[in-house]
Write a protein that binds this ligand. Structure first.
Ligand code: MN
Length: 130
């Protein structure tokens, strides 16, 4: 069974994403902050990470850079989600090393499709963290 790690501090966003991915057949790990998420990523090596950008403490962009800088977690695809989506935010998010970006509220069909693509094929873009 493929696994997905969700890093999300908002309980209702977490529950929705968790329900959708569980129903799609993924094993789901959950973290409410970046530090916990990074530990779970190293321990479980999920097929994909869903990363909320606005998190208490370490934010999702910083967490993404840390995951990309770690030789173990470096290859795990990351889907960023954020309520804030100015065009330059999007650029900043993708430059941090995220593979995909979704604006909240999440469109769940698109969400599921992106997760499936990334879980099946690994990272789909050229490596932005280099
Ligand atoms: Mn948040």
């Amino acid at each position: 069974m493929k696994s997905v790690l969700i890093v999300e501090d908002n309980p209702s966003s977490m529950r929705l994403a968790q329900d959708v991915l569980t129903r799609e057949g993924y094993q789901v790990f959950t973290a409410r902050n970046a530090d916990e998420g990074i530990l779970l990523a190293r321990d479980h090596m999920p097929a994909v990470i869903v990363m909320d950008i606005q998190l208490p403490g370490t934010d999702g962009l910083t967490a993404t850079r840390l995951l990309r800088a770690d030789e173990k977690t470096h290859p795990i695809p990351i889907v960023a989600v954020s309520a804030h989506a100015m065009d330059d935010d999007r650029t900043k998010i993708l430059d941090s090393g995220c593979d995909e970006f979704l604006q909240k509220p999440i469109q769940y069909q698109e969400f599921v499709r992106i997760i499936a693509d990334l879980a099946g094929d690994g990272r789909t873009h050229t490596d932005r963290s280099m």
